[in-house]
Design a protein around this ligand. Sequence first.
Ligand SMILES: Nc1nc2c(ncn2[C@@H]2O[C@H](COP(=O)(O)OP(=O)(O)OP(=O)(O)O)[C@@H](O)[C@H]2O)c(=O)[nH]1
Ligand SMILES: [Mg+2]
Length: 496
Amino acid sequence: MIRTSRPPSVHSTATDLGDPLSAILRPPPTETDRDRLLRLQREEEAKRISDSIDEEIRLDRERYKKSKEDVKLLLLGQAESGKSTLQKQFQLIYNPTSLEEERLSWRVVIYYNIVRPVLRILEALDVYGDEVESDDDSDKGRSAQVIVHASASQASLPPPSPSPSVEQRLSALRLCLSPLSSVEASLANRLSDGVAVSGSGKGSVMVRSGWQARAFGLSFGKARERTSSAKGRFSFTGQRKVERDKLVEDVANLLNACKDDIRELWGHAVVKRLRENRKLRLEEWAEYFLNNIERVSSPGYVPTIDDILHARIQTMGVAEHIFDVPLHGRNVTWHLYDVGGARGQRHTWVPYFDDATAIIFLAPVSAFDQYLSEDPRTNRVDDSLQLFKQICSNQLLKNAHLVLFLNKVDVLATKLARGVQVKKYITSYGDRPNEVDAVVGYFKAHFTQVHTRNNENKRVLYTHLTSVVDTKAMQSIISNVRDSIFRDYLKKAALV
Ligand SMILES: Nc1nc2c(ncn2[C@@H]2O[C@H](COP(=O)(O)OP(=O)(O)OP(=O)(O)O)[C@@H](O)[C@H]2O)c(=O)[nH]1
Ligand SMILES: [Mg+2]
């Protein structure tokens, strides 16, 4: 024989006679049918909410457990060291369609990367132009000839006098290119979404992760992005989108109209002289886009992947990019954290340290003749070494797999070929040969020494010589880095 109990009820009256809470919750004896129905509906709704909270907690727990299995890779290094460019190379390998989809949106950055150096060249001419012109009279004649020849195809310039002086010609170019100064601020404003940022020290534009989406109201590919510093998502009305596109189209038309003048200015003997005697210094991306001015400013221009890799925009805060990386037939989720490297941005890195699986530290070896724009007394290689020391000795990072990229080897080679002397900037370099292998070897020894002296955990340092804009070479370097990170990852997983 079995004994059965009554079906349980939320407000059981049989078992809770002594329980004051149950007594309060018990329906009043005068409850009507309608009241009862309403009460049951309320209870059902409360249960639904409670169940959904339980489910959320369960999913959160699962997500947390799973995210502990994810690889978290930090890209660290000073500003302009190549972190965002390396991130694009990862994107190209593990989520190529997203970079394809972004191509058009990079026009605004590339146009900014052209307008800004052109204006800097004009400023340098204002300051040093006369000096350079009077340096060498014979060259004056040579420059004038170049100009007469080049100006024959110029519709936008005033008709050349039979033999215009260098000065007259440069004045004419200045006049023709003056409309660019008004678009510089508009492009900067568009990119930074009107946010003025301190800490870059360079007066150039900084953007947060997801800038394309904010600037154009578009979303790109599958790559999920989060940012530590965005206060919230921006949403744009269709009207604003149209106005913004109009700006890019206007700049495209302007550049197309000015491209012969820009090309002439860039190839001008006086400008070349200013660059040779280093009174005018332009960054590598400026040179790249000015060398490609014809293509980049032609109508209907769509940036190539190579253009995107050379485009320069400073990162603000920390941008998270998520990729699925295959490992033995299953996918492991990789979180790539691309940080802003300027001094004013470095405090944003710390919250990402304690669960980092691996670090790639980028040190641009070409920067031996440059000083921090945030602190013009500090040599950039010296800053890299100091920063690397802090990373190596940081207790929160002591278990992270450590990779060092001695980057911008191609830029170093170009600089040395131009005759720039390392010992002039790094006095300790002494009389060692002014050649790529020797210079890279010298810097490598210094970084290795910093690592050795700050290596409590006896961890291995994996060093690569890189030019992160070189897609072909990066494919094999990234797969090499991936394998070494996975080896450590599997070893640690086996110990858990
Ligand atoms: N030629 C050449 N250019 C490079 C190399 N690495 C980076 N660049 C260029 O240098 C510029 C700066 O690179 P980014 O990747 O933006 O530098 P970053 O480290 O992200 O800088 P922040 O965001 O300010 O911290 C870009 O225009 C890149 O195309 C390289 O190895 N060779
Ligand atoms: Mg960056």
